[in-house]
Design a protein around this ligand. Structure first.
Ligand code: FCB
Length: 469
């Protein structure tokens, strides 16, 4: 195996520790002791090795092969080759001082056909990953579903088929039984809103369907899968802490008009409350059910009490806010999007750190979660590699600093925020954008697979070291 210094041009452990890490005079916002700093990735975005050790086909393998779906025509076939390079990647995290790593398990590695025969070699990979993390004193946070459904289950209708909820619970039980002695924190689903609506209604994510009612039914099945999955994890591992990662969007009305304020509330219903209410209150928002009318999903008796499992924590993925008015950009909900006045990232997302503060406070007040983690926050910018030198990404540094400050302010004001996972450890396969968007703290030079630190990685190392921003 290559040594760490050979792989990562500009640093070894010793070099990293020697970096000047003095407390900046303006680092005045301190985080609570034990605050957990880490980074996040997802299986399909980083692992590669799609035909290795008995892995089955996933809907993202299939989707990437559909012409026109991925901006640069690429796929996750190789991605960051994390499947083979995880040891070096973990050394890298440890060198940066990270104390937690959020990764996802690829269902099709564990159950190549979605159900039935378990593939031991797939479980072995996550076993090694977890052990290596623990050797470096990095806590694993395991996401069980980050969008890569086994294709064999999509062939049966995917999440539109209610039977998938049981298949998912069985899969969760298998993984928790194997890793639950060492993994204490579990995330059932990543961003069910995205799975349901970008996958089954907008058609821009796998499986690429475009039906509104199907999207809504899928969203209910995903909520149910969270409930059944939580039960399965807890049955397999008594001291497991279980939560979900939701993409929450702070929503401001485009104007003060009654129509725009009502539209902003509908958007909040569709993106935020549609998931938060059943999870924490055991009911879907009444205004949404009324608005949807005949499009509302079929909900069987007992479903809502299964969805409303006690949550040990809520994971929040926060990137930007939404400014919403009444209009026809999205006829089903009668919404219109307004371009925000602040800077935008390479994704075209407005930089709006106050939205993170508002989201944390709103969730704390309206839903009283026992604990919150920021399970994703970060920004894409068009970083450039210049030889082997550090990649300069001051915009990302500024983005992160402002969001850390918002988070710290929310903690001071009572939000039970326990940790923060930057998206992402390294540049990776950004779904329908392929490799055209870079979110990493670490630059990945795809042709050579070399990892090169960005300035933001060293900034983050400093924040972690001082537990302050
Ligand atoms: C989130 C996803 C994550 C990544 C970021 C940029 O919606 O959960 O996988 O793509 O966006």
């Amino acid at each position: 195996m290559q040594s760490v210094s050979a792989l990562f041009q500009i640093y070894t452990f010793a070099e990293m520790s020697a970096l000047s890490l003095e407390l900046q005079p303006n680092m005045t916002r301190t985080f609570p002791d034990q605050f957990l700093w880490g980074s996040a990735t997802a299986a399909y975005q980083v692992e590669g090795a799609v035909n290795t050790d008995g892995r089955g086909l996933s809907i993202w393998d299939q989707f990437c092969r559909t012409p026109g779906k991925i901006e640069d025509g690429s796929s996750g076939d190789l991605a960051c080759d994390h499947y083979h390079r995880y040891r070096d990647d973990i050394s890298l995290m440890a060198g940066l001082g990270m104390r937690a790593y959020r990764f996802s398990v690829c269902w099709a590695r564990i159950l190549p056909n979605g159900v039935g025969k378990v593939n031991g070699a797939g479980l072995d990979f996550y076993d090694r990953l977890v052990d290596t993390l623990l050797q470096h004193r990095i806590q694993p946070f395991v996401t069980l579903y980050h969008w890569d459904m086994p294709q064999a289950l999509q062939d049966k209708g995917g999440w539109a088929n209610r039977d998938l909820v049981s298949a998912y619970a069985d899969y969760a039980a298998v993984v928790a039984a194997r890793l639950g002695d060492r993994v204490k924190n579990w995330i059932t689903l990543n961003e069910p809103w995205v799975s349901a609506f970008m996958g089954y209604f907008m058609g821009v994510h796998a499986p690429g369907l475009t039906d509104w009612r199907t999207g809504l039914q899928v969203s209910h099945h995903l909520n149910l899968a969270h409930g059944r999955g939580s039960q399965a994890i807890r049955a397999a591992s008594a001291d497991a802490k279980v939560g979900i990662a939701l993409n929450l969007s702070w929503t401001d009305p485009a104007s003060d008009s009654e129509a725009d304020r009502a539209a902003a509330w509908r958007h909040d219903g569709y993106v935020n409350r549609w998931f938060l209410d059943p999870l924490f209150k055991g009911s879907y928002p009444v205004d949404m059910i009324e608005w949807l009318g005949p499009d509302a999903p079929t909900i069987a008796p007992g479903d809502l009490s299964i969805i409303q499992q006690p949550n040990d924590f809520l994971g929040i993925n926060y990137y930007t806010r939404s400014i919403i008015g009444e209009g026809d950009d999205f006829p089903q909900m009668k919404l219109r999007w307004v371009y925000g006045p602040n800077d935008h990232t390479d994704m075209g997302w407005e930089v709006y750190p106050d939205g993170l503060y508002h989201t944390l406070m709103r969730v704390t007040q309206d839903y009283q979660p026992a604990a919150i983690y920021i399970t994703e926050n970060g920004a894409a910018f068009p970083d450039k590699l210049n030889g082997t030198e550090e990649v300069h990404d001051e915009k990302r540094v500024n983005y992160l600093r402002a969001h850390f400050e918002s988070a710290q302010r929310a903690i001071e004001d009572g939000a039970p925020l326990k940790g923060y996972f930057v998206w992402s450890l390294m540049d990776n396969f950004e779904w329908s954008y392929g490799y055209t968007k870079r979110f990493g703290l670490v630059y990945v030079d795809y042709p050579t697979q070399k990892r090169v630190l960005k300035t933001s990685a060293r900034f983050y190392q400093n924040v972690i070291r001082h537990n302050a921003v």
